[in-house]
Design a protein around this ligand. Sequence first.
Ligand code: BTN
Length: 268
Amino acid sequence: MIDLAQLRSRLPGRRIEWFESTPSTMTEASRLLKEGTSAGTIIGAEEQTAGIGRHGHSWHSEAGAGLYVSLILDATRATSLPFVMLALGLGARQAIAEVGDLVPDLRWPNDVLLREKKCAGVLAQMEGSALIAGIGINVRHREFPEDIADIATSLYKCGATVTREDLLVELIRGVDEYMRLLENDGTEAIRNEFIRTSSYAYDRRVQVDLDSGTIEGITQGLDASGFLIVRDDAGVETTILAGGVRPVSREAFDTSNLPNDRLGISRS
Ligand code: BTN
């Protein structure tokens, strides 16, 4: 079990609710919100039996191995949901970088990657004037189920031994920092940060599953609303509002010119 006494002393003023096992912290957060809990509340679990991912996927939530949290945020700060999604990913990425001494990549809108595999995912749902951010970080998973073994990784598998307490404290700091950046400096600041830290912003050949079918093309940056632009081989540009973005193949992206730290390889 995570050290709640330590967390409460390191995160003063925060209500922290922690579950040994729950279907999903998103459901618990939604319930607590209806009961009147305020922004700043952190809901976490050792294990989720029905963890929710984006695009109808589930989130693998092995007991004690990951950080599975939902954060209640003040949605009056959330002027633009797409940029909030980017800000949350940037916050998670920064926490992993700081605590794990790693330099993770970001895949639009907010998958955190190490060595091209996903180590953290983010979702958000609006509930009245509040926003519930759900963040899952694979911390000390030693292996993954067969169906996701090729696409998932953990901090441990990438050489970082970290405590979930340190990671959560840094996650709260990172999310606060980027939400404040969005609030104070606006969407352009978040867009610039995303472009600076993500190899997916430009020049990546990707496939994207849309309701209308799958498209393939090269990423061309983000538009003013924070959506990803993909240009297909015929030169047609599509703005991706939502949809799973994946690399066409690892070989298609020439990593030879990138320094190790852009590839999620530990600096030490
Ligand atoms: C994604 O698909 O990338 C988003 C994954 C989000 C997973 C987290 S774990 C804590 C919170 N509770 C859930 O059921 N899902 C989110």
